[in-house]
Design a protein around this ligand. Sequence first.
Ligand code: ADP
Length: 307
Amino acid sequence: MDSIKIFSPSSVANLSCGFDVLGLCLETIGDEMIIRKSEKPGLRIIKIDGEDLPLSIEKNVAGVAAKSYLNKFPSEIGIEIEIYKKIKAGSGIGSSAASAVGAVYGISELLERNHEKIDLIPFALDGEKLASGEAHADNIAPAMLGGVTLVRDLNSLDIIKLPSPSELVVTIIHPKIELKTSHARAILKKQVPLKSLVKQTANIAGLISGLYSNDYDLISRSLRDEIIEKERSLLIPKYNSLKKSALDIGALGCGISGSGPSIFALSKGHIIANEVASGFKSIISKLDIDFDIYISNINSNGVKKMI
Ligand code: ADP
C-alpha cells in the first residue's frame, strides 16, 4: 500500500449543556486527505485544496499532529499529505480537528501500525492546540471515534462513546462571519453561579440518560445551556430568531456549535430536520451574510479509509 485516502468528519462540540466535554460526529461533511509514502524521507504537506491554509508543517494542525505522532513512532519512509478541505476553517464544526485526526489516523493506517483509535487522540490533540491554544478533545474525540462522545478526563484519556439514537438528525447553519475561537473563549465569565451549575449538571445527566434510553423527550428537555450561550450568542447574528424558529418547527434542541458561528439543531427524523433548515434559510437570507446549511445523520464510525 503506497497511499491511502481518508474521510475525516466534521463534528459538533458542546451540545448545549456539555461545554468542553460532549461532541458528536457528522456524516455528510468532512475533509478528504491522501497520505502517501515517499522515497524522500521526512514529512511534507504537498497540497491543500479548498482553503487558504499554510503548507508549513509547524503552522498547519495536520502537520503538527503528524509530526507529534512520528516523533513517538518514527518512520524511515517519507510521508506526503494532500488535504482536500471541505470544512471551512473557523466554522465551528471542527475543521482543525478533522485535519489533525485525519493526518494521525492516515499515517498510522498507511504504515499499518495497528493502533487503537483512542491511542491516537493525544497526537491529534497536539495539532488542535495550534488552532485553539489549549488542548480540547470535544471535536477530536467524536471525529476520531464517531458517535456522541464524552471526555470525562483528558489527561487519562478517559473518553466514553455514548449511544446515538438512530433517528437523531443534525441541521447546521454556518453564517460566514469571522469569529475567532480565542475571542469566543475570552468573553466567557470565569465564575459560574451555583444555581446555573446545578441546572447544567442536571441537563448533562438528563441528556446522557436520554441517549442511553432512546428518550427523545428527555433529550429535548436536556438540550439547554445555562452557562455559555447567553454571552456567546451575542456574537452570532439573529441567533435568538434562528433558535426560536428551530424549536417552533419541532427541533429537540438548538444551540451554538462549538464556539460558533455555526448553530446546530437536533431533530427526530429527516422531515423536521429539513424544515428546520428551511426555517434557518428564510431568516438568514434576509441578512447580507453568505451561509452554508448542512443536514446530517450522526456518523457512528468517525474517521475512516475511503475505497
Ligand atoms: P474550527 O472549530 O472550525 O476548527 P478553529 O478556530 O478551532 O475552528 O480552527 C481554525 C483555525 O485553525 C484557523 O485559524 C486556521 O487557520 C487554523 N488551521 C491551521 N491548520 C488548519 C487545518 N488544516 N484545517 C483547519 N484549520 C487550520
